[in-house]
Design a protein around this ligand. Structure first.
Ligand code: ADP
Ligand code: MG
Length: 696
């Protein structure tokens, strides 16, 4: 048995458990050892039962004497009453609506119970514990508890995989690998940063001898994970530096012509960013740049300037958008913006093929791309999937996506050893801690300024009681010719992006709005399961102003530009993150008129309400992203999950000091050993990253 042994080959893990473990992403012994508890239950200060006093929080340990369910007279809930005894005495316990407890906490079973003691004559004459957290313990654990000073690891809950079972599996495994597991962290780095060696840290993170050691173990793994990320992105940066790119000379004349043809003046931020980008394109090394700018800050024109210079130099650009609708929109607006310049622009999505505004077939289009007859190709991911090869691709532009690996880029080119420049654009401001870690390989350009004359969107939180009034207001605005977006969240937890449950939510909302709320208005719906043609028709109807209300899934999240749409309702607003809500909201407020965003919510939870209120106050995407990070933690954001960072140390992605320190160490290691030849264990680990990431 080694670290790569599949879990099912280890003692005590049968096929049943294998399935459950696999569901958590745990496939090998190593995965299992690195499946960390997310907290510890402190059973170190056990109170003798005889000394439990009302209103105190206590932890007791004893044997169940009796336990039974009682259905209350009014049948409103089930009470579970029990009695637990230790050497000092006995105490009553009460749980509400947990009838299943009687099945596992049978008389004779030893338990640890932690909770508040109460005194309320309604249930028992004396002191009792009310709804305590419970933990069954075995004889061996009882002994272990004494040994460990009472810190018990608690693992993230998963159906059918108890913390108890994990402890039972992990203890012997850890004991077995304690001697042989190799530590990838270089000795010097460990010493300088006071980090525990791997074997000790592993033991202590699962079975800590004290709070202090648990913290030290966590510190070690936090350091390690962030350090690996740093190594990975810095190596990616180095690798890119060794590649060739096509040099695109900056053509001032055509750039000026283009800028002058625009119906507006560029903002200073747009000038500065486009300069940085155009200068990067002149270099023989591939650009790897992220253009970050709030919704509506005008990123598209900058991309067009880069594409225009590339075309002028005689090379091709691929411009990728996340959805068909958006690709279509870009195709139209870019075609019209570049009308007088004489370049050929193409569109390629899963179902739609166009050149120079005319429909064509896939075969013809692909042929033209291959022969270099298309200068700027706009499309969706279908671009990579359909094996499109460019004659001389020099620039890849990604709208609203962050990452695109070197290999993926190179694959689009016919010439060997050429990696196209990459410009990726995002409206989601990435917090600084993340630009220094998982986005650390990218150079940044920031649009920190909106075009002048935009009105602040009025945002309101609407409770169920306020709906009718809002609908009334909307009717009056529609009378004035305004249009409305209604965004629906998914009902169930997200699985894939165009999930059926999301579609169900849209259909239901559509029925309600078109039949009951706005029977006189033209209501349409848009979701991922519509055929591409239907989608286009729906969008066309909305863009032309024929449709008054568009009910939609999150597909309108990015990029859609309709100036007359000034109202947005977001249903179930509490289900979205702040940054995402801000993205939605960015779909309105694009014209001169006052826009309104209504956040519909039925939750009364204070934390959620407070989170949503941040949106009422701030229109600043950057501020909201930092808030989101502070409230939700980085786990759900920007593809952080893909890096497989254990939950327990996810919070360290917010630790600027640690981030900078690990970055420095990673740089030092790579200076002496750029390919990690002398650090095979590190090299192994980085290879694993390569497999999971870059697929975005
Ligand atoms: P985003 O950064 O969200 O992608 P877009 O590029 O779609 O923003 O631009 C939003 C709108 O603002 C577009 O209609 C665009 O023509 C317009 N726009 C871009 N730059 C300026 C500017 N400097 N002044 C006024 N309007 C601008
Ligand atoms: Mg955009």
């Amino acid at each position: 048995m080694n670290l790569n042994t599949p879990v099912e080959k280890t003692p005590r893990v049968g096929p049943q458990y294998q399935k459950k473990l696999n569901r958590l992403g745990i496939k090998t012994v190593s995965d299992l050892l690195f499946h960390f508890p997310h907290r510890y239950e402190d059973f170190s200060n056990l109170t003798p039962i005889a000394e439990v006093k009302p209103d105190e929080k206590v932890c007791i340990q004893g044997k169940i004497l009796e336990i039974q369910n009682i259905i209350t007279r009014k049948r409103r809930f089930v009470l579970t009453k029990a009695e637990v005894e230790d050497e000092s005495g006995a105490i009553k316990i009460i749980w509400f609506n947990r009838p299943y407890l009687v099945d596992s906490l049978k008389p004779g079973v030893s338990v640890c119970l932690a909770g508040k003691a109460a005194l309320n004559k309604k249930y028992f004459p004396g002191v009792y514990l009310s709804s305590p957290a419970y933990e069954k313990i075995s004889e061996s654990e009882k002994k272990a508890l004494i040994h460990t000073g009472g810190l018990i690891p608690v693992y993230p809950e998963t159906e059918g995989l108890s913390s108890r079972w994990l402890r039972y599996i992990l203890r012997p495994l850890l004991a077995k690998f304690k001697k042989t597991i190799k530590d990838p962290l270089p000795e010097a780095i460990k010493n300088e940063n006071n980090l525990l060696p791997l074997n000790k840290a592993l033991w202590q993170i699962h079975f800590p001898d004290s709070n202090d050691l648990a913290n030290q173990a966590r510190k070690r793994f936090s350091f390690q994970e962030i350090f690996f990320i740093q190594l990975n992105v810095l190596m990616e940066k180095l690798r890119l530096k060794q590649k060739q790119a096509i040099q695109i000379p900056l053509n001032l004349e055509i750039t000026k012509d283009f800028v002058q043809s625009l119906p507006f003046k560029l903002t200073d931020a747009q000038r500065k960013s486009s300069w940085q980008i155009l200068k990067d394109l002149e270099k023989p090394r591939p650009m790897n740049r992220l253009l970050e700018g709030d919704v509506g800050s005008g990123k598209t024109v900058i991309a067009v300037m880069a594409a225009l210079n590339t075309a002028k130099a005689g090379f091709q650009t691929a411009f990728m958008a996340p959805t068909e609708i958006l690709a279509e929109q870009h195709f139209k607006s870019i075609s019209s913006a570049l009308k007088g310049f004489g370049f050929k622009i193409g569109l390629l999505t899963r179902t739609n093929y166009k050149t120079a505004n005319r429909k064509t077939t896939k075969e013809k289009l692909v042929e033209q791309i291959k022969n270099g007859k298309v200068d700027i190709l706009i499309g969706t991911h279908a671009l990579i999937q359909q094996d499109v090869k460019f004659k001389n691709l020099a620039l890849v532009i990604l709208d609203e996506q962050h990452r695109f690996g070197i290999e993926q880029r190179a694959k689009l080119c016919q010439q060997k050893n050429i990696v196209p420049h990459l410009l990726s654009m995002t409206a989601t401001p990435i917090p600084r801690t993340l630009t220094l870690t998982i986005y650390g390989d990218l150079d940044l350009s920031i649009l920190d300024e909106l075009p002048k004359g935009r009105k602040k969107i009025i945002t309101k939180l609407v409770r169920p009681k306020g709906r009718d009034k809002t609908y009334e207001f909307i009717r009056s605005e529609v009378k004035k010719g305004k249009q409305v977006f209604v965004i629906c969240p998914r009902i169930e937890p997200r699985q894939t992006s165009n999930d059926w449950s999301e579609v169900a939510a849209v259909k239901e909302e559509y029925e309600k709005l078109s039949k009951k709320v706005f029977p006189k208005l033209k209501v349409r719906m848009l979701h991922g399961k519509l055929k591409s043609k239907e989608k286009q028709q729906v969008m066309k109807g909305f863009k032309s102003g024929k449709t008054n209300v568009l009910v939609s899934t999150s597909v309108v999240e990015v990029g859609i530009d309709i100036k007359n749409a000034t109202i947005m309702i977001i249903e179930g607003a509490e289900r979205f993150g702040l940054a995402q809500l801000h993205q939605f909201r960015g779909r309105i407020g694009r014209g001169k008129d006052q826009s309104y965003c209504f956040l519909f919510t039925s939750t009364a939870e204070i934390r959620t309400t407070r989170r949503l209120q941040a949106l009422l106050k701030s229109n600043d995407g950057f501020e909201l992203a930092e808030k989101d990070l502070a409230i939700r933690g980085p786990g759900d954001m920007f593809g952080v999950r893909q890096w497989g960072i254990p939950d327990l140390i996810m919070a360290s992605l917010k630790d600027v000091e640690l981030i900078e320190r690990t970055r420095l160490h990673a740089k030092q290691v790579l200076q002496q050993d750029p390919n990690l030849k002398k650090h095979p264990l590190l090299a192994d680990r980085i290879k694993q990253f390569g497999k999971t990431i870059h697929l975005e």
